[in-house]
Design a protein around this ligand. Structure first.
Ligand SMILES: [Zn+2]
Length: 124
């Protein structure tokens, strides 16, 4: 992976480009404070935890939202990335994601699962 390129990618990615659906917004608002170790791990890779590529919600129950996975773009080649787990979430490379529209070498990692409080007004 290319940490410098990844940093640049997240720097030029504006908040408006992050998905504005309520599931993603609920995630963005809480993830850093709720999963500090995960935030630190991603930061070392150059990934901004508050700019997910895709958050995949499963279900909300009693004020808790479960995400089956949350995906992030990482620049560079995937070969030096190693699967790991942090704070009860697995981190691995996924091929099952929407088109990124990025032409340079990159890959998508998924963090799964993630559990957060549901702080948005309504669940669709
Ligand atoms: Zn979304």
């Amino acid at each position: 992976m290319d940490i410098e390129k990844t940093k640049k990618y997240y720097e030029q990615l504006s908040d408006e480009e992050v998905c504005d659906c309520t599931y993603c917004q609920n995630y963005v608002k809480q993830i850093k404070a709720t999963y500090p170790k995960l935030a630190a791990y991603l930061d070392e890779m150059g990934v901004n935890i508050e700019k997910p590529f895709e958050a995949i919600p499963i279900a909300e129950a009693e004020g808790v939202m479960l995400y089956s996975g949350v995906q992030y773009v990482v620049m560079g080649k995937a070969e030096d990335f190693k699967d790991t787990s942090i704070e009860n979430s697995e981190i691995f490379i996924t091929d099952s994601h929407p088109m990124t529209g990025i032409s340079e070498d990159h890959f998508v990692i998924e963090i799964a699962p993630i559990e957060l409080k549901w702080i948005m007004k309504k669940v669709i």
